[in-house]
Design a protein around this ligand. Structure first.
Ligand code: HEM
Length: 417
């Protein structure tokens, strides 16, 4: 049996505009029930929405390859690709865009920098950085946009510290990442497409200068130096383009994701004041609450894979060469796995940690420990120091149109002076 195409059911994938932009979950629920694996022509992607199918694909890198993971779904014009190539851009990414066995070697190396022990060693520094932003927020209050004041600058500061670059470059890096996100928006007017290409080229020039400087001046106990000095497949070091692309993944993955989770956590905890009070009284419940927010409003909405042969998921045939978008955000609302009110936020949910918000299998998020620590530190500080916080009712909570990432762009909070 084959499920009907989504178009026949009046189910059109329009993630970049309202209502799906603000609340994609009713659409995902219909996909799961009516068209669990279906082709979205505007994006040239197969949408996979059930937990079991998403997990099966993540466990099977031979048939569901990551090789093309960051290739824009709708091809960029050749002259633009040429321009970008000259700047060091390539849609081939080590680690995130690789499959075992070559993935495994680089993963071991990057994994060391993000191991439980390495992350624990960063805790004091993360606390200092977090305190400086929370202090500034309190000074600026009793009303502030916590995205601009905390959930963006904190993860960005930490990732720039890890890469050994100035934290003051954070805004610039954020702008370039936004430009790169636009590569995933089909039918962008040529002017806007060119503007985003210029941003991506500037990002690559910046990363190239960073890598070349560190090649000349290696530093002790330095993450980037260790990547530069690593030898893959016996003797081969990562080449310049690979180092640039890997650094871009670290910048991207290291800030946007955590920013979005932090903002969403604040949004939902303030919408549920009893949850806020409970966590204030018992911060030990925070890790489960963080998992539940990751499940409930998953910041990495989905990731792509390419079918290396004809495959079947939920009785639907997907041809070899097809690109699939594995919708983590939908899988995490799947009633088959979360039968107790999957559409409800419950910070005490017993199996909240079964979410696949950090992915699953070989590519499981290498920064998960770091993200969880940043989240716990920031939320603990806010629970302790913000007196009687609440959302500012007249301020809307806007979402930026993006295919892969989701989170509030602004979040206005006020508290007692
Ligand atoms: C991989 C989510 C924070 C670095 C992933 C994947 C997901 C994810 C879903 C799997 C991608 C796939 O299967 O194709 C998140 C979320 C975060 C977060 C929700 C925050 C709440 C971080 C941080 C870093 C990081 C702080 C630090 C640099 C990476 C890297 C990979 C990855 C390098 C690729 C791993 C591999 O391919 O083996 N992340 N991430 N992430 N994440 Fe995260």
């Amino acid at each position: 049996m084959t499920t009907p195409a989504a178009a026949q059911l009046g189910l059109e994938y329009k993630p970049l505009e309202a209502p799906q932009l603000n609340d994609p979950f009713p659409f995902y629920a219909r996909l799961r029930h009516e068209a669990p694996v279906t082709f979205a022509p505007a994006f040239q992607l197969w949408l996979v929405s059930r937990y079991a199918d998403v997990q099966a694909a993540l466990r099977d890198p031979k048939r569901f390859s990551s090789r093309d993971i960051l290739r824009p779904p709708v091809d960029l014009p050749p002259e633009m690709l040429e321009y970008l190539k000259e700047a060091g851009y390539s849609p081939e990414y080590p680690l995130l865009g690789d499959d075992p066995p070559s993935h495994t070697r680089i993963r071991g190396l990057v994994g060391k920098a993000f191991s439980v022990a390495s992350v624990a060693a960063m805790e004091t520094r993360i606390r200092e950085i977090a305190r400086s932003y929370v202090d500034a927020l309190l000074r600026a209050g009793p009303r502030a946009d916590v995205v601009a004041g905390l959930s963006f600058p904190l993860p960005m500061h930490i990732i720039t510290t890890l890469l050994g670059i100035p934290a003051s470059d954070g805004e610039k890096l954020k702008g370039w990442c936004a430009d790169e996100n636009l590569f995933f928006v089909p039918h962008l007017p040529p002017e806007a497409r060119m503007h985003s290409a210029r941003g991506v080229a500037a990002f690559r020039h910046y990363l190239r200068a960073m890598v070349e400087e560190r090649q000349k001046n290696p530093r002790p106990d330095d993450f980037l130096t260790s990547l530069i000095q690593a030898r893959l497949e016996g003797e081969r070091p990562l080449n310049l383009v690979e180092l640039i692309n890997l650094s871009s993944v670290i910048v991207f993955a290291g800030h946007e994701t955590t920013t979005n989770l932090m903002s969403s956590a604040l949004l939902y905890l303030l919408r549920h004041p009893t949850a806020w009070q409970e966590l204030r009284a018992n911060p030990a419940a925070l890790p489960n609450a963080i998992d539940e927010v990751l499940r409930f409003d998953t910041p990495v909405v989905g990731m792509m894979r390419t079918a290396t042969e004809d495959v079947e998921l939920s009785s639907t045939q997907v041809p070899a060469g097809a690109r699939l978008l594995l919708l983590f955000a939908s899988a995490n609302r799947d009633e088959a796995i979360f039968p107790e009110g999957a559409e409800r936020l419950d910070i005490h949910r017993a199996n909240a940690n079964r979410h696949i918000g950090f992915g699953h299998g070989a590519h499981y998020c290498v920064g998960a420990q770091l993200a969880k620590l940043e989240m716990r530190i920031a939320l603990e500080m806010l629970l302790e120091r913000l007196p009687n916080p609440r959302l500012v009712p007249e301020k809307p909570v806007p979402y930026l149109p993006a295919l892969i990432h989701r989170g509030p762009r602004q979040l206005w909070v006020e508290w007692d002076a």
